[in-house]
Design a protein around this ligand. Sequence first.
Ligand code: GDP
Ligand code: K
Ligand code: MG
Length: 268
Amino acid sequence: MSQKTIALLGNQNCGKTTLFNVLTGSNQYVGNWPGVTVDKVIGKISSKDWDVVDLPGLYSLSPYSPEEIVSRNYLLTDDYDVILNIVDASHLERSLSLTLELAAFGKPMVVALNMIDVMEKSGIKIDVDKLSEKLGIRVVDISASNRLGIDKVLDAVSNAQVPAVTNFFDEDISAKIDEVGKLLDDAKLSASARRFIATGIVQNDEIYLEDYKSSEKVMIAASRVRNDIEGKFNTDAQSYFPQARYQFIDSVIEECKISTESKTCMLS
Ligand code: GDP
Ligand code: K
Ligand code: MG
Protein backbone atom coordinates (compact mmCIF):
# COMPACT_ATOMS: atom_id res chain seq x y z
CA MET A 1 0.00 0.00 0.00
CA SER A 2 1.50 3.28 -1.02
CA GLN A 3 2.07 6.14 1.38
CA LYS A 4 0.13 9.30 0.54
CA THR A 5 -0.31 12.72 2.06
CA ILE A 6 -3.77 14.16 1.54
CA ALA A 7 -4.43 17.89 1.80
CA LEU A 8 -7.98 18.55 3.03
CA LEU A 9 -9.16 21.87 1.64
CA GLY A 10 -12.37 23.83 1.37
CA ASN A 11 -14.35 26.83 2.56
CA GLN A 12 -14.89 27.40 6.27
CA ASN A 13 -17.68 25.26 7.75
CA CYS A 14 -17.92 22.94 4.75
CA GLY A 15 -17.30 19.94 7.04
CA LYS A 16 -13.53 19.47 6.76
CA THR A 17 -12.94 18.70 10.41
CA THR A 18 -15.99 16.42 10.56
CA LEU A 19 -14.68 14.38 7.60
CA PHE A 20 -11.14 14.51 9.03
CA ASN A 21 -12.40 12.99 12.29
CA VAL A 22 -14.40 10.30 10.49
CA LEU A 23 -11.37 9.39 8.36
CA THR A 24 -8.71 9.44 11.06
CA GLY A 25 -10.57 8.73 14.32
CA SER A 26 -8.32 9.34 17.29
CA ASN A 27 -5.21 8.94 15.15
CA GLN A 28 -4.37 12.68 15.20
CA TYR A 29 -1.70 15.01 16.40
CA VAL A 30 -1.50 18.79 16.57
CA GLY A 31 1.61 20.78 15.73
CA ASN A 32 2.19 24.32 14.60
CA TRP A 33 2.70 25.94 11.23
CA PRO A 34 6.01 27.83 11.14
CA GLY A 35 5.76 31.50 12.13
CA VAL A 36 2.04 31.65 12.89
CA THR A 37 -0.20 30.58 15.76
CA VAL A 38 -2.35 28.36 13.57
CA ASP A 39 -2.73 24.72 14.59
CA LYS A 40 -1.34 22.16 12.21
CA VAL A 41 -3.58 19.11 12.56
CA ILE A 42 -2.45 15.88 10.95
CA GLY A 43 -4.20 12.54 11.19
CA LYS A 44 -3.49 9.05 9.96
CA ILE A 45 -5.76 6.67 8.12
CA SER A 46 -3.99 3.66 9.55
CA SER A 47 -5.66 1.09 7.28
CA LYS A 48 -4.15 2.94 4.32
CA ASP A 49 -0.88 4.41 5.59
CA TRP A 50 -2.14 7.82 4.53
CA ASP A 51 -1.59 11.12 6.32
CA VAL A 52 -4.39 13.68 6.18
CA VAL A 53 -3.69 17.38 6.80
CA ASP A 54 -6.71 19.39 8.01
CA LEU A 55 -5.89 22.81 6.54
CA PRO A 56 -7.53 26.11 7.58
CA GLY A 57 -10.65 26.97 5.61
CA LEU A 58 -10.38 29.47 2.80
CA TYR A 59 -12.76 31.36 0.56
CA SER A 60 -10.40 31.93 -2.30
CA LEU A 61 -6.73 31.71 -3.11
CA SER A 62 -6.34 35.46 -2.83
CA PRO A 63 -5.86 35.05 0.91
CA TYR A 64 -6.15 37.77 3.54
CA SER A 65 -6.17 36.08 6.95
CA PRO A 66 -3.10 34.31 8.42
CA GLU A 67 -5.10 31.07 8.33
CA GLU A 68 -5.84 31.40 4.62
CA ILE A 69 -2.20 32.22 3.96
CA VAL A 70 -1.16 28.98 5.72
CA SER A 71 -3.38 27.01 3.33
CA ARG A 72 -2.15 28.91 0.28
CA ASN A 73 1.52 28.47 1.25
CA TYR A 74 0.99 24.77 1.85
CA LEU A 75 -0.50 24.43 -1.65
CA LEU A 76 2.60 26.01 -3.12
CA THR A 77 4.82 23.32 -1.53
CA ASP A 78 5.18 19.88 -3.00
CA ASP A 79 4.55 18.17 0.34
CA TYR A 80 1.24 16.49 -0.53
CA ASP A 81 0.04 13.95 -3.09
CA VAL A 82 -3.69 14.51 -3.34
CA ILE A 83 -6.03 17.47 -2.83
CA LEU A 84 -9.26 16.36 -1.17
CA ASN A 85 -11.55 19.34 -1.73
CA ILE A 86 -14.64 19.38 0.46
CA VAL A 87 -17.49 21.22 -1.20
CA ASP A 88 -20.57 22.38 0.70
CA ALA A 89 -23.39 21.20 -1.57
CA SER A 90 -25.72 23.78 -0.03
CA HIS A 91 -23.38 26.60 -1.17
CA LEU A 92 -22.35 25.21 -4.51
CA GLU A 93 -21.42 28.31 -6.47
CA ARG A 94 -19.04 29.75 -3.90
CA SER A 95 -17.53 26.34 -3.10
CA LEU A 96 -16.93 25.35 -6.71
CA SER A 97 -15.24 28.65 -7.45
CA LEU A 98 -12.53 27.59 -4.99
CA THR A 99 -12.51 24.14 -6.62
CA LEU A 100 -11.50 25.77 -9.92
CA GLU A 101 -8.70 27.65 -8.18
CA LEU A 102 -7.45 24.44 -6.57
CA ALA A 103 -7.61 22.56 -9.88
CA ALA A 104 -5.05 24.99 -11.28
CA PHE A 105 -2.37 23.43 -9.05
CA GLY A 106 -2.32 20.42 -11.36
CA LYS A 107 -2.24 17.94 -8.46
CA PRO A 108 -4.31 14.74 -8.28
CA MET A 109 -7.63 15.89 -6.87
CA VAL A 110 -10.98 14.62 -5.62
CA VAL A 111 -14.10 16.61 -4.78
CA ALA A 112 -16.21 15.39 -1.84
CA LEU A 113 -19.64 16.95 -2.25
CA ASN A 114 -20.65 17.20 1.40
CA MET A 115 -23.89 18.24 3.17
CA ILE A 116 -25.82 16.33 0.54
CA ASP A 117 -28.58 15.89 3.16
CA VAL A 118 -28.92 19.67 3.52
CA MET A 119 -29.06 20.16 -0.24
CA GLU A 120 -31.67 17.47 -0.74
CA LYS A 121 -33.87 18.91 2.01
CA SER A 122 -33.89 22.16 0.08
CA GLY A 123 -35.26 20.28 -2.94
CA ILE A 124 -32.14 20.44 -5.10
CA LYS A 125 -30.32 17.45 -6.56
CA ILE A 126 -27.13 17.33 -8.55
CA ASP A 127 -26.11 14.79 -11.17
CA VAL A 128 -22.77 13.88 -9.61
CA ASP A 129 -21.41 12.00 -12.64
CA LYS A 130 -22.19 14.90 -14.92
CA LEU A 131 -20.56 17.31 -12.46
CA SER A 132 -17.43 15.10 -12.46
CA GLU A 133 -17.35 15.17 -16.23
CA LYS A 134 -17.83 18.94 -16.53
CA LEU A 135 -15.17 19.72 -13.93
CA GLY A 136 -12.76 17.02 -15.12
CA ILE A 137 -12.46 15.92 -11.48
CA ARG A 138 -13.96 12.87 -9.74
CA VAL A 139 -16.83 14.02 -7.52
CA VAL A 140 -18.33 11.82 -4.78
CA ASP A 141 -21.45 12.74 -2.80
CA ILE A 142 -21.14 12.38 0.96
CA SER A 143 -22.54 13.42 4.29
CA ALA A 144 -19.63 13.57 6.72
CA SER A 145 -21.73 14.04 9.86
CA ASN A 146 -23.91 11.06 8.87
CA ARG A 147 -20.84 9.00 7.87
CA LEU A 148 -22.29 8.42 4.40
CA GLY A 149 -20.12 8.00 1.31
CA ILE A 150 -16.85 7.59 3.23
CA ASP A 151 -15.79 4.44 1.31
CA LYS A 152 -16.35 6.30 -1.95
CA VAL A 153 -14.00 9.04 -0.74
CA LEU A 154 -11.28 6.50 0.06
CA ASP A 155 -11.71 4.80 -3.30
CA ALA A 156 -11.61 8.12 -5.15
CA VAL A 157 -8.47 9.21 -3.29
CA SER A 158 -6.77 5.89 -4.11
CA ASN A 159 -7.40 6.55 -7.78
CA ALA A 160 -7.08 10.33 -7.79
CA GLN A 161 -6.17 11.93 -11.10
CA VAL A 162 -4.87 15.33 -12.11
CA PRO A 163 -7.92 17.44 -13.14
CA ALA A 164 -8.66 16.99 -16.83
CA VAL A 165 -9.95 20.54 -17.24
CA THR A 166 -7.61 22.98 -15.52
CA ASN A 167 -8.11 25.97 -17.67
CA PHE A 168 -11.31 27.91 -17.44
CA PHE A 169 -9.94 31.09 -18.95
CA ASP A 170 -9.39 32.38 -22.43
CA GLU A 171 -6.69 30.27 -24.13
CA ASP A 172 -4.71 33.21 -25.43
CA ILE A 173 -4.70 34.94 -22.02
CA SER A 174 -3.68 31.67 -20.34
CA ALA A 175 -0.74 31.25 -22.71
CA LYS A 176 0.41 34.78 -21.93
CA ILE A 177 0.14 34.14 -18.19
CA ASP A 178 2.38 31.10 -18.62
CA GLU A 179 4.90 33.40 -20.34
CA VAL A 180 4.87 35.65 -17.26
CA GLY A 181 5.30 32.53 -15.10
CA LYS A 182 8.44 31.55 -16.98
CA LEU A 183 10.01 34.91 -16.12
CA LEU A 184 9.75 34.33 -12.35
CA ASP A 185 13.26 34.05 -10.98
CA ASP A 186 12.92 31.08 -8.65
CA ALA A 187 14.20 27.69 -9.78
CA LYS A 188 12.19 25.87 -7.09
CA LEU A 189 8.80 26.81 -8.55
CA SER A 190 6.78 24.10 -10.30
CA ALA A 191 4.95 24.94 -13.54
CA SER A 192 1.62 25.11 -11.73
CA ALA A 193 3.06 27.29 -8.93
CA ARG A 194 4.42 29.61 -11.64
CA ARG A 195 1.02 29.85 -13.29
CA PHE A 196 -0.64 30.47 -9.95
CA ILE A 197 1.77 33.26 -8.93
CA ALA A 198 1.73 34.83 -12.41
CA THR A 199 -2.07 34.96 -12.28
CA GLY A 200 -1.79 36.68 -8.89
CA ILE A 201 0.62 39.27 -10.27
CA VAL A 202 -1.59 39.95 -13.30
CA GLN A 203 -4.57 40.38 -10.95
CA ASN A 204 -2.58 42.89 -8.87
CA ASP A 205 -2.75 40.75 -5.73
CA GLU A 206 -0.54 42.62 -3.25
CA ILE A 207 1.23 39.58 -1.82
CA TYR A 208 2.52 38.49 -5.21
CA LEU A 209 3.31 41.99 -6.45
CA GLU A 210 5.39 42.57 -3.32
CA ASP A 211 7.74 39.68 -4.20
CA TYR A 212 8.23 40.59 -7.86
CA LYS A 213 7.77 44.37 -8.13
CA SER A 214 11.53 44.88 -8.50
CA SER A 215 11.65 42.60 -11.54
CA GLU A 216 11.11 44.90 -14.49
CA LYS A 217 10.63 42.09 -17.05
CA VAL A 218 7.92 40.49 -14.92
CA MET A 219 6.12 43.79 -14.34
CA ILE A 220 6.19 44.70 -18.04
CA ALA A 221 4.95 41.29 -19.16
CA ALA A 222 2.18 41.36 -16.53
CA SER A 223 1.01 44.81 -17.54
CA ARG A 224 0.81 43.64 -21.18
CA VAL A 225 -1.49 40.80 -20.12
CA ARG A 226 -3.62 43.28 -18.13
CA ASN A 227 -3.96 45.45 -21.25
CA ASP A 228 -4.88 42.41 -23.34
CA ILE A 229 -7.60 41.43 -20.88
CA GLU A 230 -9.00 44.96 -20.81
CA GLY A 231 -8.95 45.14 -24.61
CA LYS A 232 -10.55 41.76 -25.13
CA PHE A 233 -13.09 41.62 -22.31
CA ASN A 234 -13.64 45.27 -21.48
CA THR A 235 -13.03 44.60 -17.79
CA ASP A 236 -9.99 44.86 -15.52
CA ALA A 237 -7.85 41.85 -14.74
CA GLN A 238 -8.90 41.82 -11.11
CA SER A 239 -12.52 41.27 -12.12
CA TYR A 240 -11.88 39.06 -15.13
CA PHE A 241 -10.66 35.91 -13.36
CA PRO A 242 -13.37 35.60 -10.70
CA GLN A 243 -16.01 36.52 -13.31
CA ALA A 244 -14.76 33.84 -15.70
CA ARG A 245 -14.80 31.27 -12.88
CA TYR A 246 -18.34 32.17 -11.82
CA GLN A 247 -19.56 32.12 -15.40
CA PHE A 248 -18.18 28.62 -15.88
CA ILE A 249 -19.53 27.40 -12.53
CA ASP A 250 -23.01 28.84 -13.07
CA SER A 251 -23.36 27.10 -16.41
CA VAL A 252 -22.06 23.82 -14.93
CA ILE A 253 -24.50 23.99 -11.98
CA GLU A 254 -27.37 24.72 -14.35
CA GLU A 255 -26.47 21.68 -16.47
CA CYS A 256 -26.08 19.37 -13.47
CA LYS A 257 -29.26 20.21 -11.57
CA ILE A 258 -31.92 17.54 -11.82
CA SER A 259 -35.58 17.87 -11.08
CA THR A 260 -36.50 16.11 -7.86
CA GLU A 261 -39.45 14.23 -9.40
CA SER A 262 -37.44 12.28 -11.94
CA LYS A 263 -34.56 10.94 -9.82
CA THR A 264 -34.34 9.17 -6.51
CA CYS A 265 -31.98 10.00 -3.65
CA MET A 266 -28.38 9.63 -4.73
CA LEU A 267 -26.92 8.65 -1.39
CA SER A 268 -25.98 5.01 -1.44
P1 GDP B 1 -14.95 22.98 8.85
O1 GDP B 1 -15.00 24.41 9.25
O2 GDP B 1 -14.83 22.84 7.37
O3 GDP B 1 -13.93 22.18 9.57
O4 GDP B 1 -16.40 22.36 9.19
P2 GDP B 1 -16.84 21.42 10.39
O5 GDP B 1 -16.39 20.03 10.19
O6 GDP B 1 -16.49 22.07 11.68
O7 GDP B 1 -18.41 21.39 10.16
C1 GDP B 1 -19.21 22.55 10.26
C2 GDP B 1 -20.61 22.15 10.70
O8 GDP B 1 -21.24 21.37 9.69
C3 GDP B 1 -20.61 21.26 11.95
O9 GDP B 1 -21.69 21.66 12.76
C4 GDP B 1 -20.83 19.87 11.40
O10 GDP B 1 -21.46 19.01 12.30
C5 GDP B 1 -21.74 20.14 10.21
N1 GDP B 1 -21.66 19.11 9.15
C6 GDP B 1 -20.56 18.53 8.62
N2 GDP B 1 -20.91 17.65 7.66
C7 GDP B 1 -22.25 17.67 7.56
C8 GDP B 1 -23.22 16.98 6.73
O11 GDP B 1 -22.90 16.17 5.86
N3 GDP B 1 -24.52 17.30 6.94
C9 GDP B 1 -24.92 18.20 7.88
N4 GDP B 1 -26.22 18.43 8.00
N5 GDP B 1 -24.05 18.86 8.66
C10 GDP B 1 -22.74 18.61 8.52
K1 K C 1 -15.42 25.00 12.26
MG1 MG D 1 -12.33 22.76 10.77
